[in-house]
Ligand binder design. Structure first.
Ligand code: ADP
Length: 161
């Protein structure tokens, strides 16, 4: 049983994240999506909302589990007994931060390996910040996020939630 941990803030989950999860399921038997508190960012959605949107977006996808966590990702990885941490790489600009993070995580837990996967080129420009900005300005984000997320963003920016 090969298990990967896919940590992130998912504020909100996008088609880019889903693309990485689908690819990972070709290699791993289980992908545990771990929703983190947004300490380093100003989040649009609460941890609970972000987790709920991840769950709704992944409903019915076999081999996927969703958790939320506090504290160090490497401790969660230990607790869940995962074989690898999964991260997405879009551009060279992601590389520097991801490289630092992977080596810091290795420093914290030498048994843990990080696996990087590239999304389809059509999602390589996509990040949650840009989705939030476009949605706030009333742009069409329906091809960039799962329908449940598009709906929630519309509601949020129309003042309904
Ligand atoms: P974090 O705050 O940990 O970066 P994110 O939710 O922004 O949380 O990202 C979680 C992971 O998903 C990261 O590895 C990030 O590189 C990856 N990711 C985000 N958007 C995309 C995308 N469009 N394509 C591929 N990977 C992505």
């Amino acid at each position: 049983m090969r298990r990967a941990l896919f940590p992130g803030t998912f504020d909100p989950i996008t088609e880019g994240h889903l693309d990485i999860i689908r690819r990972a399921l070709k290699i791993f038997d289980e992908v545990v999506v771990a929703v983190a508190p947004a300490h380093h960012k100003q989040a649009l959605f609460t941890l609970e909302e972000r987790k709920e949107l991840v769950e709704a977006s992944l409903a019915g996808m076999p081999g996927v589990r969703v958790v939320d966590f506090e504290g160090l990702m490497v401790d969660l990885a230990d607790r869940l007994n995962v074989d690898a941490v999964l991260r997405g790489l879009r551009f060279v600009s992601d590389f520097e931060y991801e490289f630092q993070l992977a080596l810091m995580n290795r420093q914290l837990n030498r048994r843990l390996e990080t696996v990087f996967m590239m999304p389809s080129a059509k999602y390589s420009f996509l990040n949650a910040t840009i989705v939030r900005e476009v949605a706030q300005l009333g742009g069409d984000i329906s091809t960039l996020v799962p329908p449940v997320v598009a709906e929630r963003l519309r509601a949020r920016f129309s003042g309904a939630s």
